[in-house]
Design a protein around this ligand. Structure first.
Ligand code: BMA
Length: 799
C-alpha cells in the first residue's frame, strides 16, 4: 500500500544571513512577520513599505530522509507560489511557474537537503512579458504574465502584497507497482436511477508496466471491479433510487461516499474516496421574447440564484483554515444565499471549501482564473493554463455543489469595450482559452457540467458581451455614476456582479488603524480604500439621499453602510420581482481579504456589515417589495418556496407622525416559486413628492416601505425612543437591547462592536413606526446598560 509522509515540519526560510523558522503551508510575508522582521502588513500604512518582499528571491529548506523500501518515492507539492526551483542534495529536481497546479517529482532513493528557491514573481512575469509582448491590464501590475492569484498584485479591494512560498501541503508518497493518478466520477441521474462512471488513471512503476491490476469502486452498497493492463480503467455503478442532492431551499443535500481502490494480486496498492451527490444539472440559455436566458435548472427545478461573489478570504490564502471556510460559508447560508461564485482573480479554493458547499447546498460557480486583463496565449503560458485546468477540473468535479465552469471575469467585455481590441492589434489575448481550450477540456474531462465562456457574456459575439438581454450581465454603471434607484431601469437575464461599497465595522477600522484620528479621508482610511475614486463614490452615494455629514465620522460611517445596504437591496428586490425573466443576482462581494472599505457584506475581520443582514432579508424565500416604475407603484410578492403562499397584506398610507391617511387589506395567493405583482390602488399611493407621506405594507411579519422623496427632503420627526437592556436567562454575555419607538425611526441600527469588539448583534437595519419595538440580541458582551446601548444606536433621520 502507498505510504504517505507529510512534509510540513522542520522548514526554514533564509533571510539575509539568517535562517528563520518557516510555516508550511505558508508564505514569506507571514514568516517574516512571525520573526518580527516586518510589521503586520494589514495594519495602518504598513503595506506601502513591504514592496521589497515581493521583489526578492526566497529560499526554503528542510531535510529529507530516505527510509522506505518502495519502488518509487515522489515529492508532491499541492501548491507552490510561484516560480520555484527545487533541488535535493544539490541535484536539480525541476522548476515550477504556476501557483494553481500541483507538482510531483521522482525522488526515489534520494535524501538530503531539500531547497525550494522562489524567484520574485515580478521577475518571472517580466521575463514572460519579454517573450510574449505587452497586453492590456486594468491594473498597473503584470498579473497576466504569471499563473498566480491575480489579486495578489493588488485589486480595487486588496493590498499589493506579492507573496512567495509553499502555500499548500507538501508530502512524500512512497509506492510500488502502481498508484492512482486520478479519478473522475461522472455522475448522472436518469429515470430516477443514479449512474456513476468512474474513470481511473493509474501510474505504473517500470516494474508495474503491463501487470494485471484491478480497479474497484463502490457507492451505496453497489460495488464493481474491472481488471486492466494499461493505464485507464472505466467502472460503471448503477444506483437504484438514490436520494438526490439539492441546492439549499429546494431539498436535502444527500451525499454518498464513493470509494475507489487499486489492487494487484498481493493486495491494495492505493485508494481514493470522495463524497458525491446525485442530481441533474442544466444551464438553460434558450432564446425567448426577452433575449436569451441564463437559468440554472437542478433536478428539473428552475432556480432564481441568490448569489454572492467570493474572493480569497485572506490575501495570504495559506492562512485560510477549514474552520474558517466553514464559518464564512455558514454565514453565507444563514443569509439565505444559495450560490457562491468563486471569482477568477483569486484561486481554485481548497477542497474543504467545496466540501462545505456540498453539505450546505451552496451551488458553486467556479471561474477559471483569468480576470480584468488580456492574457497571452503563447508558451510558456498556454501549457500552464492547460495543465492547471486539467488539475483543477479533475480535483473539483466530484463535488455536486459545483454547477458551472466559467472561462473568465470581464475579459470578453474588456476586449470589446475597454480599448483592448485596437491596442492588441491582432495579438492573442485569451479568447482562445475561453472559446477554445477551456470548453474543450471541460467537454473532455467533465462533460456533465455546463461551461460559460465568461462573465459577462451574451453567448456569442452576435451581441455585446454585457448586453443585459443575453446571458450574464455586470451592473457597474450604477455604483460608478448613478443613484441606486437606477438598478430599476432594466431587467437583465442574470446579474452576475453588482454592488456598493461601505467601510468595515468600526471595531475593524480601529484594529486596522491603531491610533489614527479617524476621518473619511484620514491617511489610513484612504490607504484602506483601493477603488478608483472610492470615497468620491461613497460620498456622492450618501449625498443623493442625505446631507453629507461634515466632521462627523461616526455618522458618515453609519450612512455609508445604510446606503450600501439599501443599494444592494434595491437591486435584488427589483430583479427578484422580475423572475423568471431575471434568473439570478450575484452580489459583489461576500467577503474581504483584509480590513478595507469595499463592496463586501462581511468585513476583513469577519464582522457583519448591515448589508449582510439585509441580504438575509432580501434573499429569504418570501419577500415583499414596493417597486416604483412606469406602471406606477407595484407591490411584488415573491415566493421562492415550493408551497403556495396565501396571506393578507395590510397597506397603510401614513404620515410622518404615524397617523393613517388610508388603509387597505389585500388577500393574495402566490404560487410556489413565483412572483405576484399588483398595482397599489391609487388611494394608498403617497402623494407625489410628499415630504410627509409614506407607504407601509405588512404581511406575515414581513414589511415593505416606500418613501416618495429622498431622506433629506422628508419631514422626519425628531427621533424619540426608549432603550432598555434585558438579561437573557441562562445565556452568558448575552443581552437584549429593546428599543421602543415614540416616533418613526428609519434604519435603526445597533452597532454591537462599539459595545465590545467581540460583540455581535442578530439583525441590521430596522424601521420602526411610532409605538413599535425592536429587540436586538447582542452576544459577546457583558455589563451593557441603557446609556451604553444608546451610544451604539443610530437612525437615519436627518436631524
Ligand atoms: C468587478 C470584479 C472585480 C472588481 C469589482 C469591483 O469587475 O470582477 O474585478 O473588484 O468589479 O470593482
Amino acid at each position: 500500500m502507498k505510504d504517505v509522509t507529510p512534509l510540513t515540519d522542520g522548514w526554514t526560510l533564509r533571510h539575509d544571513q539568517a535562517r528563520l523558522p518557516a510555516v508550511v503551508p505558508g508564505c514569506v510575508h507571514t514568516d517574516l512577520h512571525a520573526a518580527g522582521i516586518i510589521p503586520d502588513p494589514y495594519l495602518g500604512l504598513n503595506e506601502a513599505e513591504l514592496d521589497w518582499v515581493g521583489r526578492r528571491s526566497w529560499t526554503y529548506f528542510t531535510d529529507l530522509a530516505h527510509d522506505n523500501d518502495h519502488e518509487r518515492s515522489d515529492l508532491v507539492f499541492d501548491g507552490l507560489d510561484t516560480a520555484a526551483t527545487i533541488t535535493l542534495d544539490g541535484r536539480g529536481l525541476g522548476s515550477t511557474r504556476n501557483m494553481h497546479r500541483s507538482y510531483r517529482f521522482d525522488v526515489t532513493g534520494a535524501a538530503g537537503l531539500l531547497e525550494v528557491s522562489f524567484d520574485s514573481a515580478y521577475d518571472e512575469a517580466e521575463s514572460v512579458r519579454a517573450l510574449t509582448g505587452d497586453r492590456p491590464n486594468v491594473y498597473p501590475e503584470p498579473s497576466q504574465y504569471i499563473r498566480k492569484m491575480a489579486c495578489n498584485f493588488g485589486w480595487d479591494w486588496g493590498p499589493t502584497l506579492v507573496t512567495a512560498g509553499i502555500w499548500r501541503p507538501v508530502r512524500l508518497e512512497h509506492w510500488s507497482t502502481a498508484r492512482i493518478a486520478s479519478v473522475r466520477p461522472l455522475v448522472t441521474v436518469e429515470g430516477g436511477a443514479g449512474r456513476v462512471e468512474v474513470r481511473l488513471l493509474a501510474e505504473r512503476t517500470s516494474g508495474g508496466q503491463g501487470r494485471r491490476l484491478v480497479a474497484a469502486a463502490s457507492v451505496k452498497g453497489v460495488r464493481t471491479e474491472v481488471a486492466f493492463e494499461d493505464d485507464e480503467a472505466v467502472l460503471m455503478l448503477e444506483v437504484e433510487d438514490p436520494r438526490l442532492w439539492w441546492p439549499r431551499g429546494y431539498g436535502e443535500q444527500h451525499l454518498y461516499r464513493l470509494e475507489v481502490e487499486l489492487r494487484d494480486e498481493n493486495g491494495v496498492l492505493d485508494s481514493w474516496e470522495s463524497k458525491i451527490g446525485f442530481r441533474t444539472l442544466e444551464l438553460d440559455r434558450s432564446a425567448d421574447e426577452h433575449g436569451s436566458g441564463f437559468t440554472l435548472v437542478v433536478n428539473g427545478e428552475r432556480i432564481f440564484a441568490r448569489g454572492v461573489n467570493w474572493i480569497p478570504d485572506d490575501a495570504f490564502p495559506a492562512r485560510i483554515t477549514a474552520e474558517r471556510y466553514r464559518t464564512r460559508l455558514q454565514q453565507a447560508a444563514d443569509a439565505n444565499i444559495d450560490l457562491i461564485r468563486v471569482w477568477g482573480g483569486g484561486i481554485y479554493e481548497d477542497d474543504a471549501f467545496y466540501g462545505v458547499c456540498d453539505e450546505l447546498g451552496l451551488m458553486v460557480w467556479q471561474d477559471f482564473l483569468f480576470a480584468c486583463s488580456a492574457y497571452p496565449e503563447e508558451q510558456p503560458l498556454r501549457g500552464e493554463v492547460e495543465a492547471e485546468a486539467r488539475d483543477n477540473v479533475v480535483r473539483l468535479m466530484p463535488h455536486p455543489s459545483l454547477v458551472l465552469w466559467n472561462g473568465n471575469n470581464e475579459n470578453l467585455w474588456g476586449f470589446r469595450d475597454w480599448g483592448w481590441e485596437p491596442e492588441l492589434a491582432g495579438d492573442s489575448w485569451g479568447e482562445g482559452y475561453y472559446l477554445g481550450l477551456l470548453p474543450r477540456l471541460v467537454a473532455e474531462l467533465d462533460p456533465t457540467r455546463p461551461y460559460a465562456a465568461g462573465s459577462p457574456w451574451s453567448g456569442s459575439w452576435d451581441h455585446h458581451p454585457n448586453d443585459p438581454a443575453h446571458g450574464t450581465f455586470h451592473s457597474w454603471e450604477v455604483w460608478n455614476r448613478q443613484d441606486y434607484s437606477e438598478y430599476r431601469s432594466s431587467v437583465p437575464r442574470f446579474v452576475a456582479e453588482f454592488g456598493w461599497q461601505a467601510p468595515p465595522a468600526m471595531a475593524t477600522i480601529r484594529r486596522a488603524l491603531p491610533g489614527e484620528e479617524l476621518a473619511p479621508d484620514s491617511p489610513g482610511m484612504l490607504h484602506h480604500q483601493k477603488a478608483e475614486d472610492g470615497n468620491g463614490k461613497l460620498n456622492r452615494g450618501v449625498a443623493r439621499h442625505f446631507d453629507l455629514p461634515e466632521n462627523d465620522f461616526d455618522r458618515w460611517h453609519y450612512l455609508t453602510q445604510v446606503v450600501q445596504a439599501r443599494a444592494v437591496a434595491a437591486g435584488i428586490e427589483h430583479w427578484r420581482s422580475h423572475w423568471p425573466v431575471c434568473a439570478g443576482t450575484v452580489v459583489w462581494q461576500l467577503n474581504d481579504c483584509w480590513p478595507v472599505s469595499s463592496w463586501a457584506a462581511i468585513d476583513g475581520d469577519g464582522r457583519l456589515k448591515p448589508l449582510y443582514h439585509e441580504l438575509r432579508r432580501v434573499y429569504a424565500d418570501r419577500l415583499m417589495t414596493l417597486q416604483p416604475g412606469d406602471e406606477g407603484l407595484v407591490l411584488a410578492v415573491i415566493n421562492q418556496s415550493a408551497t403556495e403562499w396565501r396571506t393578507s397584506v395590510t397597506l397603510r398610507r401614513l404620515e410622518a407622525d404615524g397617523s393613517i391617511v388610508h388603509r387597505g387589506v389585500h388577500e393574495v395567493t402566490v404560487g410556489g416559486r413565483s412572483v405576484l405583482r399588483f398595482p397599489v390602488p391609487g388611494e394608498l399611493v403617497p402623494a407625489e413628492q410628499s415630504a410627509k407621506e409614506f407607504l407601509v405594507a405588512d404581511a406575515d411579519g414581513l414589511r415593505a416601505l416606500h418613501f416618495p422623496v429622498r431622506d433629506k427632503d422628508f419631514a422626519y420627526p425628531r427621533p424619540d425612543y426608549d432603550v432598555t437592556v434585558e438579561e437573557v436567562a441562562g445565556k452568558r454575555d448575552t443581552v437584549d437591547v429593546v428599543v421602543s419607538a415614540h416616533t418613526l425611526l428609519r434604519d435603526l441600527l445597533l452597532q454591537a462592536d462599539r459595545l465590545d469588539p467581540r460583540a455581535a448583534v442578530d439583525q441590521g437595519l430596522r424601521t420602526l413606526l411610532p409605538g413599535e419595538q425592536a429587540r436586538f440580541r447582542v452576544t459577546g458582551c457583558s455589563s451593557v446598560d441603557a446609556k451604553r446601548a444608546r451610544s451604539a444606536l443610530f437612525c437615519s433621520d436627518t436631524r
